[in-house]
Design a protein around this ligand. Structure first.
Ligand SMILES: [Zn+2]
Length: 62
């Protein structure tokens, strides 16, 4: 069964092994940057960096 859905735009839910980009805690928040890049944050770092990320136009979500 091969579905050729190579669409990176699809929102993939965070899974358990995704890690925060700033520490080793499991990621809980995804920040999608205007450039198309993604950052993953734990709850702590999402709070720490969230305001700054929104400032630059990033969209934060679960
Ligand atoms: Zn963290």
């Amino acid at each position: 069964m091969t579905t050729t859905s190579a669409t990176p735009a699809v929102h993939v839910p965070l899974v358990r092994h995704d890690r925060c980009d700033r520490c080793t805690a499991s990621a809980q928040v995804r920040a999608v940057l205007p450039s198309g890049g993604e950052l993953l944050f734990c709850g702590h770092h999402a709070r720490a960096h969230g305001p700054r990320l929104r400032e630059v136009g990033a969209v934060l979500g679960p």
